[in-house]
Ligand binder design. Structure first.
Ligand SMILES: [Zn+2]
Length: 133
């Protein structure tokens, strides 16, 4: 019976998994809130669940795949962004090295900290310059 109902339906993809996780998070968060915030979270959760169901039971596979590929490219962009942020925090936490950019080609370079004035040679463009470390 269920199988017959699901016949020709789109089912799940990465975007729908993401939607269901968001719905779970809003559901759990709403348990710890009251008043307007609680209501907003509840409505948001209902919207997410409806969206999930509409996509899962949809017969328009082409449209759903398009949404999913849009979602995947957005997710990749976010991944790149967050890897940049985590790299930044790594550099901040690294007390052993000093980070800077080559003034010529903008390649990011790293030198040991506390050596005083040193001459750095950029590995990419062979530009030589003095730097305090
Ligand atoms: Zn360079």
């Amino acid at each position: 019976m269920f199988r017959r109902f699901m016949y020709g339906r789109y089912g799940n993809d990465q975007l729908n998994n993401f939607i269901i996780i968001l719905a779970l998070i809003t559901g759990i968060t709403s348990m710890f809130t009251r008043g307007t915030v609680n209501l907003v979270l509840y409505v948001l959760q209902m919207i997410l669940l409806t969206l999930w169901a509409l996509r899962a039971f949809s017969r328009n596979h082409y449209g759903r795949r398009k949404e999913n590929s849009w979602f995947l490219s957005w997710r990749n962009k976010m991944k790149v962004k967050f890897s940049g942020v985590s790299k930044f925090f790594k550099r901040v936490a690294d007390r052993q090295h000093k980070y800077f950019k080559c003034p010529k080609c903008k390649t990011r370079l790293r030198v040991p900290r506390g050596r005083g004035e040193i001459t750095v040679t950029c590995p990419k463009c062979n530009n030589r310059f003095d730097k305090k470390s």
